[in-house]
Unconditional design. Structure first.
Length: 395
């Protein structure tokens, strides 16, 4: 596929179709020149400095979650941690892109954004919902309009500030992207495009990271010895950070075992299990004729569970990722973020955020499974998340 990449475009007719109100012509679904320009613009906004901000943003978010968990510590009151991770990753991405406060994020996201996502997910499996004028249909349309208005107002306000010389002291991703827009180019088209980009980032950047965090926590909770290794490492690395100071990226780079556990959960659970493409002309792939118009489904999970590449593939073994052990497998044996020019733009951000959250939580709390339903996978939604949440008591 990499040899004839131009022949395969994103599958906006089918797999991404129910999500187009969110994704529109944003980075995940755009093609050609629009994609190239936007990728360039956004990847420069995601450079090193914003990653340093992510450490601060993720630390604040995990401190807030810790306060919440502190209130139920030792009380035998189960907490649904998958949902907590979803809210946390939303807060992190909303602050990183838009400087939203956690209160703003908790108001807008669960009331507008999450119900929109739920309806989009339902339309993936029940496509007729898009055409039936039910009360939910009208509620959905209203929410989409309100979310668009909210985001466009934020963009407009920010642009006004920029052009009147009142730049944000601590620029977020929106500031950085707007910095590359010429005054004469700014208008309704740019606002619409930015709105799609922001919604794309919210979508791409929160559920995947939350799913990685919850599966990693679940596997570690089930494996005392591996949890002990992860906690010992978290204590060693974060224990050196004096209260009031943030860990640096170099210090966080020593969380090898924690990061290996996160990577292993991305292999085992393959939170994005497939990606799909549409062939725009006839081709031959691996000796197989691919007629124009064919939907090609690439099974990332299939690759991640191949026994010849990953012995004992259904077992959770973070050790596989330690000391570059799997380097000889090459670029195409491990694909949670895919490979090539359309690879995930948020992968470093995701792994940085997640290691801060995981290491902070496991050194402070002991989680115990509180439901026999824990561990079951949702079978009808991507990214792969728990079927009935993930309930833990906290000690
Ligand atoms: C564990 C977390 C994550 C996983 C497993 C993941 C996985 C993926 C995958 C598989 C794709 C390719 C989709 C396709 O080609 O159809 C992708 C694309 C993308 N991801 Fe992620 N992602 C994660 C986190 C993030 C975060 C945190 C952000 C934003 C901050 C993000 C932003 C994007 C964007 C913008 C693209 C589209 C890139 C392009 O087409 O040029 N992702 N991601």
């Amino acid at each position: 596929m990499q040899v004839n990449l131009k022949n395969y475009k994103k599958d906006t007719e089918f797999s991404y179709e129910p999500f187009l109100e969110i994704l529109g012509t944003g980075l995940v679904t755009s093609e050609g020149e629009t994609w190239r320009e936007q990728r360039q613009r956004i990847s420069s906004a995601l450079r090193v400095e914003i990653l340093d901000d992510i450490i601060a943003i993720a630390t604040r978010a995990v401190d807030r979650l810790s306060e919440k968990l502190e209130r139920v510590r030792g009380k035998n009151e189960p907490v649904e941690l998958a949902e907590e991770f979803r809210l946390l990753t939303l807060q992190v991405i909303a602050e990183a892109i838009l400087s939203l406060t956690p209160e703003q994020s908790d108001e807008v996201m669960p009331n507008l954004y999450l119900p929109i996502m739920e309806e989009c997910n339902r339309r993936s499996l029940e496509p007729w919902r898009k055409y039936l004028p039910t009360p939910e249909w009208f509620a959905h349309r209203k929410r989409v309009a309100m979310l668009n208005e909210y985001i466009v107002n934020l963009i407009r306000g920010r642009w006004k500030k920029r052009t009147s010389g009142e730049a944000n002291e601590n620029p977020d991703i929106l500031d950085r992207v707007l910095a590359s827009v010429e005054v004469e180019d700014y208008g309704a088209d740019i606002e619409e495009q930015m709105c799609y980009e922001i919604k794309t980032f919210l979508l791409a950047g929160h559920e995947t990271s939350a799913a990685m965090l919850i599966w990693t926590t679940w596997e570690l909770v089930n494996n005392e010895e591996k949890m002990a290794k992860a906690v010992a490492e978290a204590n060693k690395v974060l224990g050196k950070v004096k209260p009031g100071r943030l860990p640096t990226r170099d210090e966080l780079a020593h969380l090898d075992y924690n990061v290996s556990a996160l990577k292993e959960s991305l292999r085992l659970y393959s939170v994005v299990p497939v990606v799909t493409r549409r062939a725009i002309a006839d081709d031959v792939l691996g000796g197989c004729r691919i007629p124009k118009g064919t939907t090609v489904i690439i099974s990332l999970q299939g690759v991640h569970h191949r026994e010849d590449l990953w012995p004992n593939p259904l077992s959770f073994e973070p050790e596989r990722f330690l000391d570059g052990k799997n380097d000889e497998l090459g670029n195409y044996a491990y694909l949670p973020f895919i490979q090539g020019p359309r690879n995930c733009l948020g992968q470093y951000l995701a792994l940085l955020e997640a290691r801060v959250v995981l290491a902070t939580l496991i050194r402070r709390f002991k989680f115990k499974s509180a439901s026999t339903k824990n561990g079951a996978k949702h079978t009808k939604a991507i990214p792969i998340a728990p079927a009935d949440g993930m309930w833990f008591t906290v000690e």
